[in-house]
Design a binder for this molecule. Structure first.
Ligand code: 13P
Length: 252
């Protein structure tokens, strides 16, 4: 049985004080929830402070990205060990905004995934097609390539989480239908089965991301291969984030 995850990706929002306030409110609001896993990914500057706030709670800290080198002359970058040092358990890798604005390629994603696992961070690996790619009918080849190249040489995937985030659904209010999402999640699980065998693939959590709200998550989470959500906009307000968690938690 796969345990659900709801992960909040705060992107480039919230200063330190705002991040602390939001993390405190989430922690307080979660006391009634007894199952599942909650992850929050503040900006780098707020990681340490938020880590202190959620210490001893059921919330795990995540970073939104990292570099794949241990250290060195890489101005502006953050190393995996630095993330561990401030209490990160997870790290989001290959988000479509990294791919689009910062030209990250599948090979970069692969180097990061391997390094994260090596150092003991759990990567949340993002895949997803653009609107244009969906219209062209190449969703599966795009997602399949991102997944296979992103995981190339990764022998053990127990600590990997996959997030299917169709680019056209991110920040647009245009959520994928449960059937559209399930189709790709089923495809992803099929690839994982081919690569790692059925029983391993059956244990890997595959999250959906893209315009998730507390009003649409119920139908998405009812799908067999959807194991939680990676949430952007709706993770920035305590009520909407907790609302998503409560819907998922009540359905499991
Ligand atoms: P939205 O929930 O704002 O669409 O963002 C999704 C996302 O990119 C999470 O990583």
């Amino acid at each position: 049985m796969r345990e659900w995850i709801v992960a909040g990706n705060w992107k480039m929002h919230n200063n330190v004080a705002e991040s602390i306030a939001l993390a405190k409110a989430i922690r307080e609001g979660l006391t009634a929830i007894k199952n599942g896993e909650v992850v929050i990914a503040p900006t780098f500057t707020a990681l340490f402070s938020v880590g202190e706030i959620i210490k001893g709670s059921r919330i795990s800290l995540a970073a939104q990205d990292m570099h794949y080198e241990d250290k060195g002359a890489f101005t502006g970058e953050i190393s995996p060990a630095m993330l561990k040092d401030v209490g990160c358990i997870y790290v989001i890798i290959g988000h479509s905004e990294r791919r689009k604005y910062f030209h990250e390629q599948d090979n970069d994603v692969n180097l990061k995934v391997k390094k994260a696992l090596m150092i003991g961070l759990k990567p949340i690996v993002c895949v997803g097609e653009t609107d244009e790619e969906r219209v062209k009918g190449v969703t599966q080849s795009v997602v399949g390539r991102q997944l296979k190249e992103g995981l190339s040489g990764v022998e053990k995937i127990d600590n990997v989480v996959i997030a299917y985030e169709p680019v056209w659904a991110i920040g647009t209010g245009k959520v994928a239908t449960p059937e559209q999402a399930q189709e790709v999640h089923f495809f992803i699980r099929g690839i994982l089965k081919n690569l790692y065998g059925g029983s391993t693939a059956d244990d890997i959590r595959v999250l959906y991301g893209g315009s998730v709200t507390k009003d649409n998550i119920g139908d998405l989470i009812a799908m067999k291969d959807i194991d939680g959500a990676l949430v952007g906009g709706a993770s920035l307000k305590v009520d909407s984030f907790l609302g998503i968690i409560k819907v998922i938690s009540s359905k499991q």
